[in-house]
Design a protein around this ligand. Structure first.
Ligand code: CS2
Ligand code: MG
Length: 402
């Protein structure tokens, strides 16, 4: 069996997506997501210039060897652009593997560990009252787990709050929008939000919160401690994780569980966090962490240390990534939860898929491979539009983490 052709499809059905399609001499094709929010064309160029020419003629069955060839063979290892490009190839090859075996991907990986994948939705509002109404909406939709974000009094805008409540989309301008941040205002406000949620809805549902890399370790320790009465499922990205040792400080001060890793691209980014049990959930995902082949290594390491998976699933990860992630989640033993931000109907139409939501769970579907395809004719109607994520400044004007 041979790879005969590779196509890179860039489209914007509401937001930008980069999709790799690998075709073979057996008439079977595979699809992989290569989307890196705000840097889409860099990954597309990496694929076109450096990967596709080396793939033609290779045997698509040799997934492990191709992964090692692209990772070791580049000399320049790691990084989000490289690893997203490798992930796209890897995902497409696993898709082909499943189609050739006539098995859903979870069966190729080792079979189902569970019947459905628990997901969390993203409830957000400009203030506490509006966020509470959104939490109620997710409860009505059947969600068992809900992440809550709200505007902070005195700040014009913040991470996680959008006009279109159900389809949160932060990349809103070609040149980044500038936000203003105050740690003091946020730390004062966040516990009030969760107090209001537990007062109104009780403790039946899992609640989560994303700090989006805004705090220092000691501030994160304080926040985690102040949220303990509300029993969060997790506190996400409390501090930037380049400094993995910083999480020791957070751990010394709070038992609020911690989830980290949506921006990670290799196992080395989380090695200390996992082996020292400084986190509870690892958020690395298929598209940004080298595909199924590498994510499997991360999850296997995590399992040794009681760390469970909680993969990133924002709208900027395409339905192709979501489909692959759901098969992975269905198989992997140490699964925790999966993020599920709903795609717009335009996006869903461009990417016909087999997964479905029911009663708080996503089901991967039984189609061979990962069960997601791309309608190229429809995709061509939505050309690329430059869009970047916002940036953040402190109130005195200095740059901060968005
Ligand atoms: C996020 C994202 O979903 C999440 O947890 O932190 O919204 C993130 O900001 C975007 O995926 C960035 O592309
Ligand atoms: Mg996040």
């Amino acid at each position: 069996m041979k790879i005969t052709n590779c196509r890179i499809i860039v489209c914007c059905p509401g937001r930008n997506f980069v999709t790799l399609k690998i075709e073979t001499d057996q008439g079977v094709h595979g699809i992989g997501d290569a989307t890196l929010n705000g840097r889409e064309l860099a990954v597309a160029a990496y694929l076109i210039e450096h990967i596709v020419p080396a793939l033609i003629g290779r045997d698509p069955a040799r997934i492990e060897d191709i992964w090692q060839y692209l990772y070791r063979g580049a000399y320049w290892r790691r990084g989000p652009v490289t690893m997203s490009a490798i992930a796209a190839v890897d995902t497409a090859l696993w898709d082909i593997k499943g189609k050739m075996a006539e098995m859903p991907l979870y069966d190729v990986l080792g079979g189902k560990s569970r019947d459905g994948v628990m997901v969390y939705g993203h409830a957000n509002g400009k203030d506490v009252a509006e966020t509470l109404d959104e939490v109620a909406r997710y409860i009505d939709l059947g969600y068992k787990a809900i992440r809550a974000q709200s505007g902070v009094p005195g700040l014009m805008s913040t991470y996680g709050v959008s006009k279109d409540r159900l389809h949160y989309e932060p990349a809103d301008a070609a040149i980044p929008t500038e936000n203003v941040w105050s740690t003091a205002k946020y730390l004062d406000h966040a516990p009030r939000l969760f107090d209001a949620i537990r007062t109104r809805f009780g403790f039946e549902h899992h609640v989560l919160h994303d700090v989006h890399h805004r705090l220092t370790p000691i501030e994160a320790g304080r926040l985690g401690k102040s949220l303990e009465p509300y029993q969060l499922f997790w506190m996400e990205d409390p501090t930037p994780a380049e400094n993995q040792e910083g999480f020791r400080i957070i751990r010394q001060h709070t038992v609020t569980p911690i989830a980290v890793g949506e921006v990670f691209n290799t196992i080395y980014d989380c090695q200390t966090l996992i082996t020292e049990q400084l986190i509870d959930y690892i958020r690395a995902t298929v598209v940004h962490a080298g595909g199924i082949t590498h994510l499997r290594r991360i999850a296997n390491l995590a399992e040794l240390y009681h760390v469970r998976t909680g993969s990133h699933g924002a709208t900027d990860l395409s339905p192709v990534c979501m489909g692959a992630a759901l098969h992975f989640d269905t198989w992997v033993h140490n699964f925790g939860i999966q993020e599920y931000m709903r795609h717009t109907p335009e996006t869903d139409a461009v990417f016909p898929h087999d997964y479905r939501f029911e009663n708080g769970y996503l089901h991967a579907g039984v189609a061979p491979g990962h069960g997601v395809d791309i309608d190229e004719k429809l995709a061509a109607k939505y050309p690329y539009r430059a869009a970047a994520l916002p940036v953040n400044r402190l109130e005195d004007g200095s740059m901060w983490n968005w």
